[in-house]
Write a protein that binds this ligand. Structure first.
Ligand code: SF4
Length: 348
């Protein structure tokens, strides 16, 4: 039986010996001083490259990493939030207004990123094509889903979560969409991704750190069992895959195989321990090419320059795994970096 769900309350309780969880609307406030801010995306950066994590979060070399991909996704998130809130309130969805706002967002984006607006993604589609796919079809996806599976109800959109791990690390965020299934008697947590395809995202389907944190926080805040929650990714721009038989739609994927909560929190603990132990060995490879600290990245900005001398030399034209400089120890970083970039005195 569904209980009244707390999408906005302040509550705190222990769900295991290691974790304290609460949900609150106060996510915009700075972290309480006794906790360290943490997030699954920060942990993901550590997994990608511990040295990048160090440059970004320990040494505080923040580089504006706004991109067309993230802003394109944000516009769809705003539209989806408005739609879900209308449905939850029992109101007719004002599609003309939501579409008009989406078009304004797209026009601004196209103006700012005009050089990449017509680039092809890995499914051979441009942003222009995906914009019309969303406006003409996928903007109606949630309503369609609810019409073909009437046991589903919208519980909330952008539901805030707050979770304190090991009484030390504070995770904050919001769940894109929460539904309840009256037949299954389960909550359905959905995360909307603007990925064009699920291909290459196997880890997220098996052991998603993001869904593990969402599940623990939501269950504890609402005094329900973690096993009463099922997690799904909703990819509105993924229409080339098979129809999900449960939902009658493409682009919906269940995340978290058996035992994923245990695996995810073991992984979170392992990463946090490595950070505490100051293990920041660079993880070089093809991904360096897209790193803000890599000179081969064509979009590298001034703030990211001359900070990493260990990058991989891989580019489309030069598919090698050689590195610019071999990493030895962190103690030798300053000297290697200064020599490699010809840095003198305090300059950078
Ligand atoms: S360029 Fe490569 S090695 Fe250097 S910080 Fe970025 S990902 Fe790590």
């Amino acid at each position: 039986m569904e209980q009244e769900i707390n999408t906005n309350v302040v509550t705190e309780q222990t769900v295991s010996q290691q974790a304290t969880v609460e949900a609150t609307q106060e996510q915009q406030k700075p972290a309480e001083p006794e906790y360290e801010n943490c997030s699954y995306s920060k942990l993901g950066v550590y997994e990608d490259c511990p040295f990048k994590f160090k440059l970004r979060y320990i040494d505080k070399h923040y580089v504006n990493s706004d991109s067309i991909a993230t802003k394109f996704g944000t516009a769809a998130h705003h539209a989806e939030e408005s739609i879900a809130n209308c449905i939850k309130a029992g109101q007719q969805v004002n599609y003309p207004a939501i579409k008009a706002q989406y078009l304004i967002d797209m026009t601004k984006l196209q103006g700012k990123y005009y050089t990449t607006w017509y680039d092809l993604d890995k499914t051979n589609r441009t942003y222009e094509q995906k914009k019309w796919l969303y406006l003409d079809q996928m903007i109606h996806k949630l309503e369609y889903l609810l019409s073909i599976r009437p046991s589903l109800r919208v519980i909330g959109a952008e539901v805030p979560i707050r979770y304190v791990h090991n009484n030390k690390y504070l995770f904050k965020g919001s769940i894109d969409r929460v539904l309840y299934d009256d037949v299954l008697k389960k909550y359905i947590i959905m995360d909307i991704k603007s990925w064009p395809t699920i291909n290459g995202k196997g880890d997220e389907l098996i052991t998603s750190l993001q869904f593990a944190v969402y599940t623990r926080a939501f269950a504890a805040a609402n005094k329900i069992s973690e096993s009463d929650i099922i997690c799904y990714y909703d990819l509105p721009f993924d229409v080339n895959t098979e129809i999900n038989p449960e939902f009658g739609l493409p682009g919906i994927y269940q995340s978290g195989t058996k035992g994923f909560m245990k695996r995810a929190f073991a992984k979170i603990d392992k990463i946090l321990t490595a950070i505490e132990n100051k293990e920041f060995t660079p993880k070089t490879g093809k991904l360096c090419h897209w790193c803000e600290f890599c000179p081969t990245n064509p979009n590298q900005t001034e703030e990211g320059k001359r900070l990493c001398p260990y990058y991989c030399l891989w580019t489309n034209q030069n598919p090698t795994f050689e590195v610019a400089n071999k990493f030895t120890t962190l103690d030798e970083y300053e000297e290697i970096n200064a020599q490699y970039y010809g840095i003198q005195g305090g300059e950078r």
